[in-house]
Design a binder for this molecule. Sequence first.
Ligand SMILES: Cc1cc2nc3c(=O)[nH]c(=O)nc-3n(C[C@H](O)[C@H](O)[C@H](O)COP(=O)(O)OP(=O)(O)OC[C@H]3O[C@@H](n4cnc5c(N)ncnc54)[C@H](O)[C@@H]3O)c2cc1C
Length: 378
Amino acid sequence: MTDVLIVGGGIMGLWAAVKAVRAGLFVHLVERERIGAGASGGLVGALMPHMPDRWNPKKQFQFEALASLEAEIAPLEAETGLSAGYRRSGRIMPLGKPHLRTIALRHEQEAVTNWHQSGSTFLWNVQDSPDVIGWPAAEACEHGVVLDTLAARVFPRSFLNLLKTWLERQHDIIVEEGTGVDRLELGCGRATLSDGRVITFDHCILANGVDLFKTTDCVTTSGLATPPLGVPVKGQAALLDAGIDPALPVVFQDGLYIIPHEGGRVAIGSTSEDKFDEPLSTDAQLDVLIERARAFAPCLRDAPVIQRWAGLRPKAIGRDPIAGRHPDHKSLHLLGGGFKISFGIAHRLAEAVIDRISGKAAALPPSFELAHHFALRR
Ligand SMILES: Cc1cc2nc3c(=O)[nH]c(=O)nc-3n(C[C@H](O)[C@H](O)[C@H](O)COP(=O)(O)OP(=O)(O)OC[C@H]3O[C@@H](n4cnc5c(N)ncnc54)[C@H](O)[C@@H]3O)c2cc1C
């Protein structure tokens, strides 16, 4: 009998496993393909804060998560000798129109209040030009730039490898790849795996990415099936060998991310496609994005593309992540739907779910709770 069965080896499932092991629980993590086979195995890894205006519990939760992530990663890196590719490199956003500067100056003041908490101070600075000429190109920055010091980045595949390696060195856990959970019987705590084995559990955490929204035996058993709690949104990204300074800030504008990673590589993301025929292949939309990035950052003009990638992001209805216990099935917990912000908050979401399993109180923003998502679905 396992204390916690975790379905899915993406960023959500892996953090749930780390937190569960640390809480002294016996964990069985089952991944249908391989760790990182889903959306988490990508190239981008931006850790982008919400705007500092109109503060609410969701923004507070994300702020605390982003502020704490570095300290969460450091001991895992020290224990494994591996790197997550984490750096708080900040984010630069060009201001191409005068009204954008007016709004940005307002946000600058809002950040003074909302991004200054419990000894952590982060800035939303409006500047006339970027600190590094050409990052981004002057034509894009006619009305200045915003430089925020809260944003950071990780390299997703390195981060997953770090978490996986740490977990494999622990005693109270089984990590299985190449085996799916085909069926859950929640009343008796039984899971049937794709190879026919049956395992028993006290608690099950569904962290199965876009499959959380599918009609499968798993979800029909839990009464989650129709209509679904969210939808998959396809995203495409590319990795360039640019030889640039990895400390440069992330460039962001209108859905375009340009992320300098260690080793001088640069990730470019991402398309957001509600309709698609081929979920995992790249096409001309990615070429358009790459050209846009090269125009924004001339130093990327001749950088060769070394990888192209596409994946399906789990986007919950209403866009907020889903975390918590199912109201009708006390042994079932959901963790997912993080859309574009999962990497910055997964550790805190997982902690809350594991705390509740361990009988501790754990606050989550009301809009993350299952009851809220069920209400939106109706
Ligand atoms: C192009 C692109 C760019 C992105 N950029 C960013 C970014 O910059 N920053 C950010 O924070 N987020 C970003 N995201 C979003 C982020 O990648 C996702 O929100 C996140 O990875 C979701 O993690 P997850 O663990 O919920 O799901 P996944 O990573 O999809 O993991 C779910 C896992 O469950 C497994 N599984 C499914 N069903 C079963 C079953 N029955 N049994 C066992 N295993 C099962 C799957 O094989 C999969 O490995 C991006 C996504 C895309 C596509």
